[in-house]
Design a protein around this ligand. Structure first.
Ligand code: SF4
Length: 201
């Protein structure tokens, strides 16, 4: 791992910037490849992640890994996986605006250090926070946009897919797989239907 990314992780692991530090077991920074062209960003660690200190290692994570594999992406080699905030909100509640604000510099630094070309953002909270936009995820998903010079594909959070397991066409699982397939194509150099204002990279 690069020294600057190691420095980032070491600093992040000591963070006390918000009250979530009081009850956490672990700061949950990342898993996957530190030089991946694809960064997957979820919302926050849950109980399994807090216990093990790694993101997406519970049921949602297993589903994410399965979906990545289904499009030919290796969870450890092809993606760097992290969350918007690095400590578990008690009871898995949604992070507060103050917690999101306190933790945002860590994510911004993480994106700079890993320098991915593509961000695959999971769920409404992560999408709304990163893109600063209130459009529902059901309308944003499936369309490429551009953010700070990177391609962004928003989609559903795997926990939503666990609650909606049908694989029928038009259902969340099928839509998620379509979004992930677009990501795979983009990694292969094909990004179609970019919906951004390219004057604001
Ligand atoms: S959630 Fe983020 S800002 Fe809050 S203590 Fe954890 S790492 Fe620090």
């Amino acid at each position: 791992m690069r020294v600057s990314l190691e420095d980032f992780e070491e600093s992040c692991l000591q963070c006390q910037r918000c009250d979530l530090a009081k009850e956490r077991q672990h700061v949950v920074v990342s898993r996957g490849h530190p030089s991946a062209r694809l960064m997957v960003i979820g919302e926050a660690p849950g109980a399994d992640e807090d216990a093990r200190g790694r993101p997406f290692v519970g049921r949602s994570g297993r589903l994410l890994d399965e979906c990545l594999a289904d499009v030919g992406l290796d969870q450890e080699e092809d993606a760097y996986i992290c969350n918007l905030i690095k400590c578990r909100p008690p009871g898995n509640r949604r992070p507060s605006p103050a917690e999101l604000k306190a933790c945002r510099p860590w994510l911004d630094r993480q994106i700079r250090e890993v320098n991915p070309e593509i961000l695959f953002i999971l769920g409404a909270t992560a999408t709304a926070t990163l893109l600063e936009c209130r459009t529902p995820i059901s309308r944003l998903r499936g369309a490429w946009t551009e953010w700070n010079g990177r391609y962004v594909m928003p989609s559903f959070h795997p926990s939503y897919l666990l609650r909606n397991p049908s694989r029928e066409p038009g259902k969340p699982r099928a839509l998620f797989m379509a979004d992930l397939t677009s990501v795979k194509h983009a990694l292969n150099g094909v990004v179609s239907g970019l919906a951004s204002d390219s004057s604001d990279p």
